[in-house]
Design a binder for this molecule. Sequence first.
Ligand SMILES: *Cc1c(COP(=O)(O)O)cnc(C)c1O
Length: 428
Amino acid sequence: MDVSSFDPTYECALRLDRQDELSSFRDDFYIPEGTIYLDGNSLGLLSKRAEQSLLEMLESWKKLGIEGWTQGRYPWFDLSERLGEMSAPLIGASPEEVIVTGSTTVNLHQAVATFYQPRGGRTKILADELAFPTDIYVLQSQIKWKGYDPETHLVKVKSRDGRFIEEEDVVAAMTDEIALIVLPSVLYRSGQILDMKRLTEEAHRREILIGFDCCHSIGAIPHALSEWGVDFAVWCNYKYLNAGPGGVAGLYVHRRHFDRTPGLTGWFGSRKDQQFDMAHTLTLAEHAGAYQLGTPHILSAAPLIGSLEMFAEAGIDRVRRKSLQLTHYLIFLIERELIGYGFMIGSPLEYHRRGGHVYLEHPEAARICKALKANGVIPDFRAPNGIRFAPVALYTTFEEIWKCVQILKEIMETGLYKQYENTRDVVA
Ligand SMILES: *Cc1c(COP(=O)(O)O)cnc(C)c1O
């Protein structure tokens, strides 16, 4: 990446946009009017392609009724498997190792119910103290289901600075009491990427299984989960993959586990050719499809079809290259334009450790965030003290980044943010 060409002028932003090889994708998105949308890591925007695939699904229901299960452009019966196949290149797995089903929270329950098998002295789960709350709630309840106390059996790796988790601290916590490790691929606040390859090797060397929550990495960075040997992963599709609010999520299981019985079973986990035998003995699919529970949420899965087609065209390596360029440009401008206002970059500066967003810390982050929104910039606030900016490769321009920093500078210069209370909104 040629970052030496960055300079703080508006012309530079325009030049970077002209050089952007992914610029044509922006026209496909509905950008909320009058806004600079930098919240694509919380809820990605609707594209015309995703809208189209949802409308086609409604059409097949309208025209075909029950026959939609096997007919139409996207028959519903194997839609989850087909979407798994389309997601596989993004997660770095073979098509049979991926299924689109459930939600992140449900899929994590499913994965932990399957892979958390306490034996002998190995009875604990290792996570981290910066983890997303739902992941922790899942682990706590799964530990209780196995008859243990989460207070003693959920071990959380500490952060040295409240921002990052050091891989060596995770490795040091891999004791012979740990049965399973669950970590984020990218931390939701700081945007730090954990070294999944190294952590998987270290875990396996100690006979510990390991899975990742890839909510903040899918669609932002490339993965090679299968090659790295990662045991399982879960993710949502409504952030960088733009599949819509509550869109159906993803689950990956390494093929070496295809002979396992999932912790939770349901009839959609059957082999497809036997599901409608209606037998009381379940014959499981011999791939990640076995981890499905009930009837797929077709209308909530539909937008993902169009979205994944776009990602296949754009290519995750090009998406990653532009994403890094965008976040680097944002950091470059913040460091030049916002000196003296008390901001601190809370994301890794090294490329290989930075995911798709930038976390900007400030004691008055909550009210600064409100002032940004009132001025058309949409980031999000994350307690206690950070503003997350997620420039998204398929629809954010360098010009928008430039304007965002100018608006932020003005808010600080004029003290505009002081009109707002320094508390978070209900959905922050
Ligand atoms: C967004 C996110 C979730 C959300 O889980 P849902 O079940 O979709 O509500 C979970 N974990 C992480 C790390 C997330 O970023």
